[in-house]
Design a protein around this ligand. Sequence first.
Ligand code: LMR
Length: 395
Amino acid sequence: MFQLDLAPADPILGLTETYKADAHPDKINLGVGVYQDATGKTPILKAVTQAEERLLETETGKSYLPIPGVAELATHTQELLFGAGHTIIKEGRAKTAQTPGGTGALRVAADFLLRAAPQATVWISNPSWANHQAIFEAAGHRIEDYRYYDKVSQGLDGEGLMADLERVSEGDVLIIHGCCHNPSGIDLDQTAWEAIAAQARAKNLICLVDFAYQGFDEGLEEDRAGLHVLLNAGLAVLVTSSYSKNFSLYSERIGAITVVEETADDAIKAFSHIQAAIRAIYSSPPAHGGKIVATILGDTSMRALWIQELADMRTRIKEMRQAFAHGMAARQQAIDFDFINHQKGMFSFSGLTQEQVLKLRADNHIYIVGSGRINIAGITPTNVDPLCDAIARVI
Ligand code: LMR
C-alpha cells in the first residue's frame, strides 16, 4: 500500500541497536549520550530509588495529570533555571510545563513557535544535535545554520558566529545550547553570549536555550551562567530542560519547557498556546518521571543526595576525559590532544573521520557516532587503553 523506501537509520539511536546486536565481548559503546559508571552500567541514582519508594507508599491514583504536568516540577524547574527567589519567579514572568524528555520539550517549542512566530527562520548551530533539525523540520519550520565550531582551532568559531548573527532576520529564532554543547563540547564564551544577547535585543530574536546537560559541566548554578546573560539583558526566552542526563532518568522521558516573558500577563498568554500545543500532541505528560524529580527536589535530604550523585557523575566524566587525552598523547606525539581537556560535558568531538569511525567499528567493535563525536561517559578505566590503542592505529 505505501510505496516507501526504508527511512535512514537514526545516526545516534540506530547505532545503539547495531551495538546491541554485536556479540563481541569487548565491544565499547561511545555512541548515544547516556552516562555509564566505571563498570559500564547506567546507574539508577540512589535519590531516584528513594523517591520511587516514597511514591509507591503514597501514590493514590493514576488519573490524568493536567496538561502542564506535575505542578511542583514546574516550581522546581524554575528554581534550577533561575535560582530560588529570582525576580522572574517573584514577578510570575515564567511558566513551565512538564514534557516527555527534552525532545518532547523541543517539539512543543517548535509547535508553539509555529503559532507565535510563523514567519521566523529557525537557526541551529553548525554542528548541532542531529535531532534539532529533524524536530523543527517535522514541525514545518524553515531552518538555517550559524557557524559555531572551528575545525582548525577545535574551538569556538567566534568570528563566524558573529558574522552569521548579522544574517539573522528580525524576529527569527536562535537555538542555543545552554551548556555542554552537543556534539562539540565547545561552549559559548561570555563575549559570544553577550553578542547573542545584543543581537537578540536589536532584532527581537527569540532565543531558545536547549538545556539538556545542566550540572554536567561545573555545577547547577555555574552551568546556567550563559542563560542568565540573556535573562539579565531582559530578553524573553524559551528554555527546554531535560532530566534524562542529570537524574539518569533516560527511559522515564522527563523534561520541561519554560517560557520567560517580559510581563506576567504575556507569560500567561504564551503559556496558553504552549498548553494548546501539548494537548494536540500528547494531551498531558506521563506522570512517573515528573513525580520522581519533584519528590527529590522537594525533599532536603534526597536533594542533597542527588546533588552529590550528580557531582560524582560529572567528576567521573572529567577523569575519563583526562585519561583519554593523556592516553592519546602518550601514543601519538604528532597530534596535540589537549583540546579534549577543554571540551565540556559528556561529549568530545574527536576529529575522527567517518572512515576512521567505520574502521574502529569493523576492526575493534568500538561504536562512535559518524560525526566523530565520542561519549566520554562510555569510557572506563578498563576500556580506555584498548580504546586509545585502537584510535592511535586508525589516525
Ligand atoms: C545524544 O545526543 O546521544 C542523546 O541526546 C540521545 C539522543 O536522543 O540523541
